[in-house]
Ligand binder design. Structure first.
Ligand SMILES: *Cc1c(COP(=O)(O)O)cnc(C)c1O
Length: 325
């Protein structure tokens, strides 16, 4: 099946060697897959699933996206901008009260004309509320396209399934044809990106060891969800379903989603001062920490660290002095 795709991102994103970090850590080759440079607003990795989600929504003649997330959600912001660019409306359900000073993510959604609904609900309840809201819109004669958090549907996962072939080509060009020696580390929230990677990995038959660094969901729950999603995604493309042993999860939830620790700040500074790369404290810094620990524990290289974006949160962290004490 050929999935409908609405181009949004500038692809391929660069695969960048991190030589300074390598010599600091005395490790083998370390690469950064620069999905912070997908080029669609500050969507980072979210531009990839949205290409397929918007493609699907347009093909089904939907007229309104319904998305949910925290006020600082990169996915909600990117979905609102993508909806506007593609001529659809967007209704965004935001967990919690309206913030006095909206973060960049929420401001982007507002500037693009999204209808914001602030819900007295936990982030975990939003997927159900998004479905309810879509039902209400249907009763009003609209054609909604409901999106679970992070765009974690089989269609959304196609974005990273296709990214697998992109990375394989770049690794081969960099001289790493022995793909069973490659380690991939990616920060994981909803699991849509990781599920797509697993589906793509099985589809093209590469043996990368893939680590998901879980920042919000308990590893056991996430593992079930990711494998289910990866299987559904593989079914869409008619490729083999990934197996359980393909999935490695590192639990980095720590004190909870979005709670910034000294170790996160340390990893932000490590990426910034060694490579001039800005990572966010919620996702990227935790993946840097995990990658450094893997290398220090003797994990083989080449290692590819997936930079998933998060620029709004990274800048907020940098410009909030009390966060650095
Ligand atoms: C959404 C997001 C992730 C996690 O991607 P999932 O597909 O939800 O697992 C990682 N990093 C950043 C910056 C994100 O916005």
């Amino acid at each position: 099946m050929m999935a409908a795709r609405r181009p949004l991102a500038s692809l391929p994103t660069p695969l960048q060697r991190m030589s300074t970090l390598e010599s600091r850590l005395q490790s083998g080759p370390v690469y950064l897959k620069r999905d912070d440079l997908t080029g669609f607003v500050v969507a980072g990795n979210k531009a990839r699933p949205l290409e397929f989600l918007l493609g699907d929504a347009l093909e089904r003649s939907c007229d309104v996206l319904v998305a949910g997330g925290a006020a600082s959600s990169n996915f909600v912001a990117a979905a609102a901008v993508a909806a506007r660019v593609c001529g659809l409306d967007c209704h965004a359900l935001i967990a919690g009260p309206a913030p006095a000073r909206p973060p960049v993510t929420l401001a982007l959604a507002e500037r693009c004309g999204a209808t914001l609904h602030f819900m007295p609900a936990a982030r975990e309840d939003l997927d159900r509320l998004v479905e309810q809201h879509a039902d209400e819109l249907r009763r009003l004669g609209r054609r909604p396209y409901p999106l679970p958090r992070g765009g974690a549907t089989a269609v959304g996962a196609l974005g990273f399934a296709y990214a697998t072939a992109e990375l394989a080509t770049q690794l081969a060009a960099a001289g790493h044809a022995r793909h069973d020696e490659v380690v991939v580390v990616i920060p994981t929230g909803s699991g849509a990106s990781l599920a797509g990677l697993l589906a793509g990995r099985a589809a093209i038959g590469v043996g990368w060891r893939t680590y998901g660094v879980s920042v919000s969901r308990p590893a056991k729950q996430l593992s079930t969800e990711v494998l289910e999603l990866a299987g559904q995604c593989a079914a869409l493309t008619g490729t083999p379903a990934p197996a359980g042993p393909d999935l490695h999860l590192i639990d980095s939830v720590g004190a909870g989603f979005g709670r910034v620790t000294d170790s996160d700040r340390g990893s932000m500074l490590l990426a910034l001062t060694s490579e001039g790369v800005l990572v966010d404290p919620t996702y990227g810094a935790k993946a840097v920490t995990a990658a450094v620990r893997l290398l220090e524990a003797g994990e083989r290289a080449p290692l590819v660290l997936w930079h998933t974006g998060g620029l709004p949160t990274a800048l907020h962290q940098l410009t909030t002095p009390e966060e650095w004490r």
